[in-house]
Design a binder for this molecule. Structure first.
Ligand SMILES: *Cc1c(COP(=O)(O)O)cnc(C)c1O
Length: 437
């Protein structure tokens, strides 16, 4: 295209994405060639992601229409927050979207870990047992008392926690005092498969045949809107997650949610506020618009994050790394694990990703202690909302095999630049296992 913008812009590839990447982002020609090939390879997978996203858009919008969401629902409330219409409408909306009887959706719930702690302490009583099937996220292990000696853990309260495999036979693992069963939908910090809804449904049905009174508590972090159904659409009794992950749609400034059976959600609400007070209190002085709008956008944002994850999986596989899940796998969460294999490579990966983040691009990530994780963690998180991981980010326990857990990307195109930034940093530092030419 002729340069019509005069001398100042000469040489700047204003109309070319690759021109920008080459000139302003310093992505090498060889890496761009590879990225082009990868895009061709992964494009067919995008239609599956979009099919799911369309169904989730339809479900979310329908809930807005059924609840008659109006602009006065966005207003802030103060004090006790009695009769807060915004809060109740938002919670009805979540119930509908998740196919649940009741919901708690609060910025006063700081994180996914806190939402799950509320579920555990709401349901379990001294002498009860919590059976953990499969993986449990590190912060939740601290809550359970399986790791370290966090004051106030379930263990300290006389609730025992036991871990068993996902393929366990209910007749063998259930005890008379097993009150609740915990399941984690995402793979978390492991290379175990995440639990898709059909598999989860079958597992829960099998255990409930053995004991219909069991309460299934599902950690839904990173799983929301990845499939067409949520755990509450099948047998789950209580499901919890974080609003700075999937359901906050990248807009929620803070918060967590719990959805599930009404009587159980009431027990959780009694832990959140106080026994006898429950869900009827709790103002939000900041107002609710971002929580409504975030939920509205969540199916799209999750689809963009999934496309970013697929691109990263294939690109890093082509660059000689072991990735999990592989790019063609059907996904049930938004996390992409990339085994970098050495501290130098992990540092370079996170440095490269951070450098092309919209916020804190001048920060250089270093491993640091993080509460609840039981060790040092390295993070790249150039996000608008602190620690938000539906925004493009990576975190990595600072230990072999030096795996980066990459997730998010509110736009596939920004996500792609982030992934290429990370790859370029490895290339520039001479740390790639394959030679690009
Ligand atoms: C993020 C996450 C949590 C909770 O983390 P918070 O930082 O407390 O929100 C729990 N389980 C899984 C699988 C997660 O990914």
């Amino acid at each position: 295209m002729a340069n019509v913008f005069g001398k100042k812009w000469e040489g700047l590839a204003l109309f070319s994405y690759e021109g920008w990447l080459k000139k302003e982002y310093r992505i090498s020609e060889a890496l761009l060639d590879l990225a082009r090939e990868v895009e061709e390879e992964i494009r067919p997978l995008f239609s599956t992601i979009e099919t799911t996203a369309k169904v989730n858009h339809a479900r979310v919008l329908h809930a807005f229409l059924e609840e008659g969401v109006a602009d006065y629902h966005f207003n802030a409330t103060t004090g006790y927050g009695y009769g807060d219409l915004g809060r109740t409408t938002l919670e009805h909306l979540y119930s509908r979207v998740f196919g649940a009887e009741a919901a708690l959706v609060r910025t006063a719930i700081t994180s996914g870990s806190q939402a799950l702690a509320l579920c555990f302490f709401g349901v379990l009583r001294p002498g009860d047992e919590l059976l953990i099937l499969g993986e449990m996220y590190p912060t939740l292990q601290s809550i359970a008392g399986l790791k370290g000696a966090a004051p106030g853990s379930l263990k300290e309260w006389g609730v025992s926690c036991r871990q068993a495999g996902l393929d366990s036979d209910p007749a063998e693992v259930l005890r008379p005092n097993t009150r609740a069963v915990f399941l984690q939908r995402a793979a978390g910090y492991s290379h175990g498969s995440s639990l898709g809804i059909p598999v989860m449904a079958e597992l829960m049905a099998r255990f409930k045949r053995a004991n219909p009174g069991l309460v299934f508590i599902v950690d839904n972090c990173y799983g929301e809107f990845v499939e067409m159904l949520e755990p509450t659409h099948v047998e789950a009794d209580l499901v919890a997650g974080s609003l700075i992950k999937n359901p906050g749609g990248g807009l929620a400034p803070a918060g967590g949610y719990v959805v599930g059976k009404r009587a159980l959600v009431e027990q959780v609400a009694a832990r959140l506020t106080a026994p006898g007070l429950g869900a009827q209190l709790g103002p939000d002085p900041g107002g609710y618009r971002l929580l409504f709008q975030g939920l509205y956008l969540a199916p799209l944002m999750v689809a963009e994050a999934l496309k970013t994850a697929v691109f990263a999986a294939r690109l890093f596989e082509r660059l000689g790394f072991t990735v999990f899940p592989p790019y063609q796998a059907s996904r049930t969460d938004i996390v992409q694990a990339i085994d970098l294999g050495s501290p130098q490579r992990l540092l370079a990966f996170c440095r490269g990703l951070q450098r092309v983040s919209p916020v804190d691009s001048r920060v250089v990530p270093e491993p640091a202690y993080l509460p609840g994780y039981g060790g040092e963690v390295l993070m790249a998180a150039g996000t608008f909302v602190q620690g938000a991981s539906l925004e493009l980010s990576a975190d990595a326990p600072w230990e072999p095999p030096y795996t980066a857990f990459l997730q998010g990307g509110l736009s596939y195109f920004y996500g792609q630049i982030g992934v290429l930034g990370a790859a370029q940093e490895l290339l520039s530092a001479g740390l790639l296992p394959v030679s690009l030419s």
